[in-house]
Design a protein around this ligand. Sequence first.
Ligand SMILES: *Cc1c(COP(=O)(O)O)cnc(C)c1O
Length: 429
Amino acid sequence: MHSFHYRNAALHCEEVDLSALAEDHGTPLYVYSAATIRDHYRRLSSALSGLDHHIAYAVKANSNLSILKMLADEGAGFDIVSGGELFRVLSAGGDAAGCTFAGVGKTRDEIKYALEEGIYCFNAESEAELCFIDKVAGELGKVAPVALRVNPNVDAKTHKYISTGKSENKFGVDFDNIAGIYAHAAREMKNISLRGLQMHIGSQLTSVQPFVEAVEKVAPLAAQLKTDHQIEFFSIGGGIGIVYEDSLASGSRDWWEEQSGEDKPLTLEEYAQAIIPTLEPLGLKILLEPGRMIAGNAGVLLSRVLYRKQGAAKVFAIVDAGMGDLIRPALYQGHHDIIPVTESGRKTETIDVVGPICESGDFFAQNRELPGLEEGELIALLSAGAYGFVMASNYNSRPFPAEILVDGSEARLIRKRQGFDDLISGEIL
Ligand SMILES: *Cc1c(COP(=O)(O)O)cnc(C)c1O
């Protein structure tokens, strides 16, 4: 479920009127629903209740401290991909002992920081990195817990920029080499302990079939590594897809049920039922690293229409948010539903919704059929809670938007809008 809906023609997040929030805090403005985030976390956890599992929220999807704090309070651990993300988790009151550290390019400083803080596990992505972690741990007189990320060479059937589990991707270690590297590490690397096995095949997967294929392919390897090296966990990564189209309409119903993939629809229950039979007999702790599924449909980006422009070939609505605030459409053809914050029965028109940034890629919709937008009115870009604000840039010297967390009838500013001073802080004249 998610908690965005019209009430008397006014778009609300939970109990809060979004046009009032835009008046108070200006636009562009990110607004998140706390109830939605909690609901998504709890639903995933309960779908897996038959399994000894640990959910490590993928911090990179939305790393605002207040959201991390809320998930820490729910009992989530965290999957981090940088020292900066570890710093965020700790600043939010999260526990290093619940963190896994992913990513292909960890630096010495990051490895040192994570060792000193005592993270649960490094997920190494190459033999070279494994050797380096061993070396850094040795210098510090510590033993580093590690897992290797296996690349199962499975097609996740998602956009090529967010596909990670094929052998041509930079991620993970080739399936056939894994066992040999564990054996080598056990023999030679005195400063690491082999704690688990990890995989993550891609993001925004809309059918269970690639998950099942990957889990079935890798489970025997996990069993073997448990026997040979006493590993304690198998992480199956994140990647659960969400509804981007017609997400408002399906919000009041069970929106996972609305998902229709190429093969089988991906609902949390189907996901769980499809993989539990293979995972449970392993007797390993199962880790999951969802990001988008937790936060994606829990956030919207509010923006105001600055101008209408009638071009020779098209009509444009120029809005005050741009690709610097939400880059998904420009980066990987991401779709966001666009709806007026004040609903009214107007005629639709075919329009491009574009930002103010000096790039032709700065658009949110092209040739989209939308209710006729008027200058000065507010729109909401839906499903912007994951890979939204976290990818913001100051390009064109535009300050970052503010972020608001709604919980019931309460709306709290969780990140101030940047000002011009923020734009030049750190620069030296
Ligand atoms: C990005 C990432 C995730 C989260 O992916 P979602 O599609 O947001 O669930 C999980 N694990 C790893 C290793 C990642 O890089």
